[in-house]
Design a protein around this ligand. Structure first.
Ligand code: NAI
Length: 399
C-alpha cells in the first residue's frame, strides 16, 4: 500500500516500514561510527525497547558492545491496508539488522506491567541467555493495570497547587497561544500518575528477575528521568509527572539494596528533552524543545536519542572509573541542555516567541521533521510514492 502520514493532534495514526528501517539504520550507523564501547553490556533486557530512548538503548547495547538483547514493548502489528505502529516496524528493522551481524535479538510484545509478560520474559532469558547483565527500564505509558490489584491507573499531566499559564505551540501550524492548565484537583490523580510512571513497576521487574536467578554478577539497571528548566517546572518537575519522577528516582536506593548480593547497581539517568511520542503530548514542552533545538544546534551540541544513549553508555555507565553522579545520586546526560549559556538563550527566545516569528527564531521545522520521522516519514532516502508491504513481521515474534 501507499502509506501517508495521518495525524490527529500530537498523534500520528500511520507509520511507514521503510522509513522506520531508515531511522533504525541511521541510529546503528551512528553507534558504529563511535566505535566499540569497552566492557559494555553483553546480555541486555530493554523494557520499552521499540521507540525513543529505549530503542536507542537497545541499538547502543547491540551495535556498540555486541550485546544480545531482549526487547519488551507494546505495539500493534499491521493488518491488510492498516500499517503497524512505528515501534513494531522499528523492532522488525532492528531484529533484521542484528541478525545480519550475527547478534542475538528477540522481542516480546505485550503489557510489561503485567505478571504474565514478566514471566514470559524470564522464561526466554532462562532458555536463551541464562542471565542478563543490563536491565534498561524505559516505559512511557498513559496508563497501567496494576498486576496485584487489577486497578487501572491513568496518569494526568497537571500542575499541583495552582494553575499554570504560559505559551504553547501547535507544532503542525506553528501557532503560539496561551494555555492555562488548572491544577490537579484530587490527590488520587497524583497517586495514579505515580502508579503509572513512578518506580513500582521497575522494582517489580527487578524483584522477579532476581527471584528467578537470572541477574548476572555486577548487573546494572537504569531508568530515565527528566528535570528541565524552571519555565516548565509547573507542568513537569513540580507537576504530577514530576511526582512520579521523584518516586522513580527514590526507587534507586531500594534497588541497590535488592541487588547487593549480585554486586549490582541501579541508576536513574536524567536525559535531555527530545521529540518522542511521549514528550509531544505534554503542553508547553514542544515550544521549549523547538527553541532548545535552535540554540543547541547553533552551538553544535544538539543530540537526539541515539547520541544521548551512546554517551550514557560510553561515558557514564561503562566509562570504567566509577559512574559520576550528581548530589541526588543521578546520572546526568542533560548536562548540555542545562548549561547556563543554553538556558539563558532559550529564555530570551521564549520571551520573544509568537506565531509571527516562530519559524525564524525557533527550530520548529526540525521539531516537525523529527516528529514525522518517529513514524517513519520525511526520510529523503525513502520513496513514499512507491507501493510498500505493510505486513512486516518481527522475526522473533512471528516465528
Ligand atoms: P516513547 O513513547 O518513545 O517509548 C515508550 C516505550 O514504552 C515504547 O517502547 C512502548 O512500546 C513502551 N510501552 C508503553 N507502554 C507499555 C506497556 N504497557 N508494556 C510494554 N511496553 C510499553 O517514550 P520516551 O520518550 O523514550 O520515554 C522513555 C523514558 O524516558 C520515560 O521514562 C520518559 O519519561 C523518559 N524521558 C523522556 C524524555 C523526552 O524528552 N522524551 C526526557 C527525559 C526522560
Amino acid at each position: 500500500m501507499i502509506i501517508e502520514p495521518r495525524t490527529r493532534g500530537f498523534i500520528c495514526l500511520t507509520s511507514h516500514p521503510d522509513g522506520a528501517a531508515a531511522h533504525v539504520k541511521k541510529q546503528i550507523d551512528y553507534v558504529k561510527s563511535k566505535g566499540e564501547i569497552k566492557d559494555g553490556p553483553s546480555k541486555a533486557l530493554i523494557i520499552g525497547a521499540s521507540t525513543g530512548f529505549g530503542l536507542s538503548s537497545r541499538i547502543t547495547a547491540a551495535f556498540g558492545s555486541g550485546a544480545s538483547t531482549i526487547g519488551v514493548f507494546f505495539e500493534k502489528p499491521a493488518k491488510a491496508n492498516r500499517p503497524a505502529s512505528a515501534g513494531w516496524y522499528n523492532s522488525a528493522a532492528f531484529e533484521k539488522a542484528a541478525a545480519a551481524e550475527g547478534l542475538y535479538a528477540k522481542s516480546i510484545n505485550g503489557d510489561a506491567f503485567s505478571d504474565e509478560i514478566k514471566q514470559e520474559t524470564i522464561e526466554l532469558i532462562k532458555k536463551d541467555l541464562g542471565e542478563i547483565d543490563l536491565v534498561v527500564y524505559s516505559l512511557a505509558s498513559p496508563r497501567r493495570k496494576h498486576p496485584k490489584t487489577g486497578e487501572v491507573h491513568s496518569s494526568v499531566l497537571k500542575p499541583i497547587g495552582q494553575s499554570f499559564e504560559n505559551k504553547t505551540v501547535d507544532f503542525h501550524t506553528g501557532e503560539v497561544s496561551n494555555i492555562k492548565i488548572d491544577p490537579v484537583e484530587k490527590q488520587e490523580d497524583i497517586d495514579n500518575t505515580v502508579a503509572v510512571m513512578g518506580g513500582e513497576d521497575w522494582k517489580f521487574w527487578i524483584e522477579e528477575l532476581k527471584k528467578a536467578g537470572v541477574l548476572a554478577e555486577g548487573v546494572k539497571t537504569v531508568a530515565y528521568s527528566y528535570i528541565g528548566p524552571e519555565l516548565t517546572f509547573p507542568i513537569y518537575r513540580n507537576g504530577t509527572i514530576g511526582k512520579a519522577k521523584d518516586n522513580l528516582e527514590g526507587t534507586v536506593s531500594e534497588l541497590n539494596d535488592l541487588l547487593s548480593e549480585e554486586n549490582g547497581k541501579a541508576y536513574v539517568s536524567v536525559n535531555k528533552a527530545l521529540v518522542t511520542q511521549s514528550s509531544s503530548a505534554i503542553p508547553v514542552v514542544p515550544l521549549y524543545i523547538s527553541l532548545l533545538y535552535k540554540v543547541m544546534k547553533e552551538k553544535g551540541i544538539h543530540e537526539g536519542t541515539i547520541e544521548q544513549m551512546q554517551r550514557l553508555f560510553a561515558e557514564r555507565l561503562y566509562a570504567g572509573e566509577g559512574v559520576t553522579l550528581d548530589e541526588q545520586g543521578r546520572i546526568r546526560v542533560d548536562d548540555w541542555e542545562m548549561r547556563d549559556d543554553v538556558q539563558v538563550e532559550v529564555q530570551k527566545l521564549w520571551n520573544r516567541a509568537n506565531s509571527d516569528n516562530l519559524e525564524e527564531i525557533s527550530d520548529i521545522k526540525g521539531y516537525r521533521k523529527e516528529f514525522f520521522q518517529l513514524f517513519g516519514f520525511d526520510f529523503d532516502e525513502v520513496d513514499y510514492d512507491k507501493d510498500t508491504n505493510e505486513l512486516i513481521d518481527i522475526p522473533s515474534i512471528s516465528s
